[in-house]
Write a protein that binds this ligand. Sequence first.
Ligand code: HEM
Length: 224
Amino acid sequence: MGWFLKFIDSSVGKKLVMALTGLFLYLFLIEHLIANLLLLNNDKGEAYTIYAEVLGSSYNIPLRIIEVGLFFCLIYHTINGTRLWLSNRRAKGIPYYENRASENSTFFSRFMIQSGTAIFIFLVIHLKSFFVYYRLGNPEDTMYQGVVKSFQNPLYSWFYIVAMIFLAFHLVHSFQSAFQTLGLRHNKYTPFIKSFGVVFSILICAGFALIPVYFLYINNTGGN
Ligand code: HEM
């Protein structure tokens, strides 16, 4: 066990943990997006409410385990990313990813800590508005009604859209970087992984951003 803890605390280990937790967070994003797209179903939230009820059912042990794992991954990813950034900054005066060969020195790779911090702030607010209120509190309305109400508020909607732009900045570099960390990048699939990562990441963020745009500008009658 000692060797394992020592390994994940080494710089190679920290990078590996970043890649694995980051890819796990990707899986969550895909699931969350598919579920959120149910909001656009034009069925007064029927499908979304069924989904929210299944997800919220306290007897759903596997889902609770996944949820705890997800929360742990997010916290670990955030702390680990910040530690990597700080230690590289201390060692070289500038973050190491700003000091790598030109192949990696894109704007997005230099912006990882800033985009990550923006995502973290967004997630705290987002979890407070939805997860804490509807899953742990005593809500007076359904999750669907709450979501629609929030997205009809231009301030909340635009906050959400801007957060999705930061998420896109983070993900555009992340996908190929994680594969590079896992040693899978430098082969004939490299160009595909790179392009797929960019398109896939932008589609995920655009999909999330579509929902506030829909409730703010397309169906602004309260989802009915
Ligand atoms: C849904 C949210 C997130 C996803 C899907 C995600 C995904 C990823 C992935 C796949 C990587 C690449 C790992 C590698 O290069 O091997 C990464 C890197 C990074 N992430 Fe995240 N991330 C998320 C949230 C965050 C948050 C909240 C922070 C908070 C600070 C953060 C900070 C970082 C940093 C600093 C790096 C660069 C690590 C390095 O190469 O030094 N991320 N992220």
